[in-house]
Design a protein around this ligand. Structure first.
Ligand code: ATP
Ligand code: MG
Length: 407
């Protein structure tokens, strides 16, 4: 049986994170569905009860109309007809005249015609919800013969209507609240992350500063020392100290607000290639293409070089021992400059593409997963540009694109 290689901790974290999002989504949907279902059942029961009430009301009307006036009729009128304080009803007689309304809001200051119009509209809307109940008027003195009919229109009480709308209002309010909390939480998390980035970078630059200045002084001392015959060693030492200075400058720039200048992009890219080429396998080719060697963009040189270096290092890692890194510098429309960095490496699987810029995401044994997060931060926050995976195909290679504003 094939042995399963465990995922690096940071990848696990991103998968758990997506899982957590799904769990939250599913639980929210279940709660919403449950809440709607439960209120729906309440609404059903209340509807039934209101229907029974209206039917009882209709029966009471029938009784009260045909019976001679007596105490029973008084009871029915008092206890049933007058006690309906919630269900809106309109009673219409044979000739279409409105005989009686209850719990229907009519503005009595309006003209009779207007009131009639309003009630007609009300009847129309009541018919759309419930069929009217037909009340047959029988004369007990002549064999219960029907001497007329009336129609009782009704609709849901205000309470019932509110109950129907309740879960939707409740869920909308909760959704809006959830969304605002999410934004606030995200904002404070980003602010916190920014503080960590900036603080750590400043501290690193600060700590490197002191030994670096003394190293520079020592190199000068060695250069002056006539006892040292092999000055080549001093030159190499000087190069490394210079590189350390560049590193310190990068950390110090990311910890402050870097000033952008018009710089020759072709030149900067070549600086990085010149630095990296002797340090990687000789079977890795670097190729830099451009139609104009004078293309300029607004950049902070040390930080921009750091980004290109990170992308090239990733490309080298993706290719193993041999391959080609092609860097194309292009002029785009709308004052844009594109820098495309392509490799012939193993590519990035599609589902992984969305994670590569997240801090801590790595597939490497000795990776920190910070290279691309830093690159994104430098390009997007300090240069107001863009950086993204332009294309990637497994076992064929990957192209990253940087978009900058031209000078
Ligand atoms: N050119 C590329 N080809 C294939 N995969 C890549 C390429 N560039 C980045 N990746 C993937 O993206 C992940 C994140 O890259 P990133 O540079 O942020 O971190 P890292 O290289 O793993 O570690 P670090 O740069 O901090 O040392 C890598 O681990 C790798 O899986
Ligand atoms: Mg990297």
């Amino acid at each position: 049986m094939a042995k399963k290689t465990p995922l690096p901790a940071s990848m696990d974290f991103y998968q758990d994170n997506t899982k957590l999002k799904w769990v939250i989504l599913v639980v929210s949907v279940l709660i919403s569905a449950g809440s709607i279902y439960y209120t729906d059942r309440l609404v059903d029961q209340l509807k039934k009860r209101e229907k029974q009430q209206v039917e009882l009301f209709a029966k009471a009307m029938e009784y009260a109309i045909v019976e001679d006036f007596n105490t029973n009729v008084l009871f029915v009128t008092e206890e049933i007809i007058n006690k309906n304080h919630s269900i809106p009803i309109i009673l219409v007689d044979d000739s279409g005249q409105i005989a009686f309304t209850r719990n229907v809001d009519v503005d009595s200051t309006r003209s009779e015609k207007k009131i009639k119009e309003q009630l007609d509209q009300e009847i129309q809307s009541m018919t759309e919800t419930y069929e009217p109940i037909v009340i047959e008027l029988r004369d007990p003195t002549i064999n219960n013969e029907i001497f007329g009919t009336q129609r009782l229109y009704y609709k849901n009480s205000a309470l019932l209507s509110q109950l129907i709308a309740f879960p939707y209002i409740q869920l909308s309010v909760l959704a809006i609240f959830g969304f605002i909390s999410y934004l606030a939480f995200n904002y404070s998390r980003t602010a916190e992350q920014n503080q960590v980035w900036v603080g750590l970078a400043k501290e690193t630059a600060h700590q490197l500063g002191t030994p670096l200045s003394s190293l520079m002084a020592w190199v000068e001392v060695l250069r002056e020392d006539h006892d040292i015959k092999n000055k080549g060693i001093v030159d190499e030492l000087d190069k490394d100290v210079r590189k350390l200075r560049v590193v310190t400058e990068r950390f110090s720039s990311i910890g402050s607000t870097p000033v952008l200048k018009d710089e020759n992009v072709y030149q900067l890219v070549n600086n990085v290639v010149g630095y990296l080429q002797p340090r990687v396998s000789s079977k890795i080719n670097f190729e830099v293409y451009t139609l104009s060697e004078t293309i300029q963009a607004r950049v902070h040189a040390p930080l921009f070089e750091w980004v290109v270096e990170n992308l090239c290092k990733n490309a080298v890692d993706a290719m193993g021992s041999s391959g080609t890194i092609a860097i194309k510098i292009l002029r785009g429309s709308d004052y844009k400059v594109f820098i495309d960095i392509s490799d012939t490496g193993k590519g990035i699987p599609k589902p992984m593409v969305q994670n590569v810029f997240k801090p801590g995401f790595t597939t490497k044994k000795r990776g920190w997963g910070l290279g691309l997060a830093l690159a994104k931060r430098i390009i997007e926050m300090y240069h107001e540009g863009k950086i993204f995976v332009k294309s990637s195909e497994e076992n064929m290679g990957t192209t990253f694109r940087i978009e900058l504003m031209s000078a």
